[in-house]
Design a protein around this ligand. Structure first.
Ligand SMILES: O=C1O[C@H](COP(=O)(O)O)[C@@H](O)[C@H](O)[C@H]1O
Length: 241
C-alpha cells in the first residue's frame, strides 16, 4: 500500500516498466491495455518521460466512452494527451476502440475483429495480453463492466457494449481480461473504501461489485493508496505490503 497517490504512481511505473521490458525480452513486443478515468493519467505522463522502444509497444484500451478521441471524456484522448502524442509513438501501434459507426454493437464487433487479427486468434479463442491496466470506480465497476448490467454475462466475445446511466460504452469482457498475463489495478481515494471492502470480502455478490470477477490466469496486482486501502488492514486473509 502506498502512502499517497504520488507514491502509488511511482510504484505503478516501476511495475509497468518491469512488465514491458519482460514482454519485449521474451516475445519481442508488448501488448499493453490502458485504463481510463482520472487515476492513471499521471502514470501515462511519467511513461512519456521514459526512453522505451515505442515501436515494440502496442497500445489498446480496456474500455471507452462512446465518443470520438477528440472528446474530453475519451479514454483514448486522455492517454494521447498525457503520453502517446507527447512522444514519437508509431500511429500504427495505437489501437483505439472505434466509436464512429453510430452503432456501439457494430464498433464492438470491429474492435473484436481488430484484436483477432492482431493476435491471430479465431472465433472461440481468447488472446493473451501482456499487461492490462484497470481502475475501479466507487461502485466497484472496472473497465466498463458496471454493476447489475448485461455486459457482466458476456462470455462468448472479446468486446461488448457496457452501459452507464443509459450511455453506451465499449468494454473488454470478463473472460478476455482474465486471460491477461498480468493485470494491475490502480485505486486511489477514500471514496473507493466501501467498494474495496466488498471486493475483498470473503463473500459478496460479484454482480454488485464487478471487480470481484477479475481473477486472471496470470499475475494480479492491486496497487492502492492509504486513503483507499486503509479499510483492508483489518482483513486477516490479505497480505498487505
Ligand atoms: O469510467 C471509468 O472509471 C474507471 C475508474 O476511474 P477513476 O477515475 O476512478 O480512476 C476506469 O478504470 C475506467 O476505465 C473508466 O472508463
Amino acid at each position: 500500500m502506498y502512502q499517497d497517490k504520488v507514491a502509488l504512481v511511482g510504484g505503478a511505473l516501476g511495475l509497468v516498466l518491469e512488465q514491458i521490458k519482460q514482454a519485449i525480452a521474451q516475445r519481442g513486443q508488448c501488448s499493453l491495455v490502458l485504463a481510463g478515468g482520472s487515476t492513471p493519467k499521471p502514470l501515462y505522463e511519467a511513461l512519456a518521460q521514459q526512453d522505451l522502444p515505442w515501436e515494440k509497444l502496442h497500445i489498446f484500451w480496456g474500455d471507452e466512452r462512446y465518443v470520438p478521441p477528440t472528446h474530453p471524456d475519451s479514454n483514448e484522448g486522455m492517454a494521447r494527451e498525457a503520453w502517446l502524442d507527447a512522444v514519437d509513438f508509431p500511429a500504427a501501434n495505437i489501437h483505439g476502440m472505434p466509436t464512429s459507426a453510430q452503432d456501439p454493437q457494430k464498433d464492438a464487433s470491429r474492435y473484436e475483429a481488430e484484436l483477432r487479427e492482431f493476435f491471430g486468434v479465431s472465433a472461440g479463442e481468447f488472446p493473451v495480453f501482456d499487461l492490462i491496466l484497470l481502475g475501479m470506480g466507487d461502485d466497484g465497476h472496472t473497465a466498463s463492466l458496471f454493476p447489475q448490467t448485461a455486459a457482466l454475462e458476456v462470455c462468448d466475445r472479446l468486446i461488448t457494449v457496457g452501459e452507464k446511466s443509459g450511455q453506451p460504452r465499449l468494454t473488454f469482457t470478463i473472460p478476455l481480461i482474465n486471460q491477461g498475463r498480468c493485470v494491475i489495478f490502480m485505486v486511489a481515494g477514500a471514496n473507493k473504501q466501501p467498494a474495496l471492502q466488498q471486493v475483498f470480502a470473503e463473500t459478496a455478490d460479484p454482480v454488485a461489485y464487478p471487480s470481484r470477477f477479475i481473477q486472471p490466469q496470470g499475475e494480479l496486482w492491486w496497487l492502492l493508496d492509504e486513503a483507499a486501502g486503509t479499510v483492508l488492514k483489518s482483513f486477516n486473509n490479505l497480505v498487505i505490503e
